[in-house]
Design a protein around this ligand. Structure first.
Ligand code: HEM
Ligand code: HEM
Length: 176
């Protein structure tokens, strides 16, 4: 089996690129929200918050690719170290999907034009669609903060589990 695919001993190149690439982009996404909340109206806030929607759109695209890739590799991935670890990863995936999805739904429902990376992603229209706006009002920010805490816990657990059962989980995601 080529290096690109996953196998029982380690994650393959594509999974590793998606994992660490998304970790960097999501890291930036949290810089945008932390600056917005903690350093309101600072230069960093003005610049970073201006990239929040486009970064979120990029994460939406990446998570769909990642979910398809995970499904395609589902029978040849390293086994999770425990049921909580498995459930934790599923929860991370669910949040990574739901958070940008409800935000994009709200963006569409608002009727406002949405331009990202120089492309008109949504042309906008007159009026509003309330049922598209409501879920994000309820969930987007709250689940976003939950994701931040879960990611911190996830990274901490990666170090805690380094040698459980003689298996170094960090090594199989780093590729050594
Ligand atoms: C994985 C991707 C995303 C994450 C982790 C994320 C995270 C967050 C968080 C934590 C907040 C709350 C900030 C606060 O408490 O003031 C927030 C707010 C916001 N986000 Fe996102 N976001 C993502 C994607 C998007 C996308 C794709 C859009 C729009 C296209 C978007 C638009 C907004 C808007 C308009 C707000 C302010 C209103 C609100 O709090 O709901 N976000 N985001
Ligand atoms: C920043 C956002 C992050 C997210 C959303 C995330 C998400 C995930 C997910 C969903 C998995 C399951 C495998 C997969 O499908 O890719 C995973 C595996 C893993 N992650 Fe992360 N991760 C993040 C950051 C980190 C960081 C910072 C570290 C380490 C310092 C880390 C270490 C690992 C390790 C070691 C595995 C493999 C676990 C195993 O084989 O059981 N992750 N991650």
């Amino acid at each position: 089996m080529s290096n690109l695919h996953d196998c029982a001993q380690r994650y393959g190149l594509v999974t590793r690129l998606l994992h660490w690439g998304m970790a960097i982009v999501l890291g930036w996404q949290f810089v945008t929200v932390l600056a917005h909340v903690l350093l309101e109206d600072s230069v960093l806030d003005k610049f970073a918050w201006g990239t929040h929607k486009a970064t979120g759109l990029l994460l939406m695209v990446l998570v769909v690719i990642r979910l398809l890739w995970a499904f395609y590799n589902r029978n040849r991935r390293p086994a999770a170290v425990s049921i909580p670890a498995r459930l934790g990863h599923l929860a991370l995936y669910a949040l990574l999907f739901v958070i940008p999805f409800v935000a994009l739904l709200r963006q569409y429902g608002s009727g406002r034009e949405f331009v990202a990376f120089g492309m008109t992603v949504m042309p906008g229209f007159d009026g509003k669609i309330e049922w598209m706006i409501a879920p994000a009002g309820l969930l987007h920010g709250n689940l976003g903060w939950l994701l931040l805490f879960m990611v911190i816990g996830h990274a901490a657990m990666a170090f805690v589990h380094r040698r459980q059962g003689g298996e170094d989980v960090l090594a199989r995601m780093i590729g050594r």
